[in-house]
Design a protein around this ligand. Sequence first.
Ligand code: AMP
Length: 214
Amino acid sequence: MDVVILLGAPGSGKGTVAGRLVAADKTLRHVSSGDLLRDAVRRHTAAGDEAEAYMKRGELVPDALIARLVAELMAELKGPRVLLLDGFPRTVAQAQMLDRTIEDCGASLSAVVLLDVPDEILVNRIAGRRICPACGAGYHVTNIPPRVDGICDACGGALKVRKDDNPETAKNRLAVYQAQTVPLIEFYEARGVLRRVQGTGPIDEIVERARRTF
Ligand code: AMP
């Protein structure tokens, strides 16, 4: 199994790009650390209860907690040719934990795709983001609107604003990205696996640019 990491700020489009790549190629599998955590919070697992307060503040949950969730999932995965990791790793310590997990699974890291998006666009994307809590599909009020206002195209669920997309928490998440995740760019650049992709413009073009990197 090849692992492709999607790196980028909150609102850079990691989930949207991963969702479209997987829809077009069934040999890919998308794992979002944020979705894993939101699901754990909803189910009130021990990990979810521990993660909830961090997520509400827009801070990162402890490295070991999220690394364990991802490692458990990767150990169970059978079949995908490529695993798209969205939102993990987010710190250098997590990247080092992921190296060990990749080795344990007999997988290999094939690319780290950095979605490059200017800050002012990130703020607008986060403000307009809507998600379907039932099936996880993502929308944007103007960029990717659903066919019927407020209703998920895929499953008919009622769309919601993510709790941590409020302006105050979103601002904190962008600051956390700068402080804790940006060092990963250099970390992976030094290994020669970083692929920069312009994350603005028509969504199909962004997806195609990302697809060509691995
Ligand atoms: P996301 O859906 O990727 O924007 O993540 C939502 C929230 O989940 C983040 O603001 C963090 O609180 C938490 N989270 C997601 N992925 C990670 C990670 N790799 N490390 C630490 N916290 C994470």
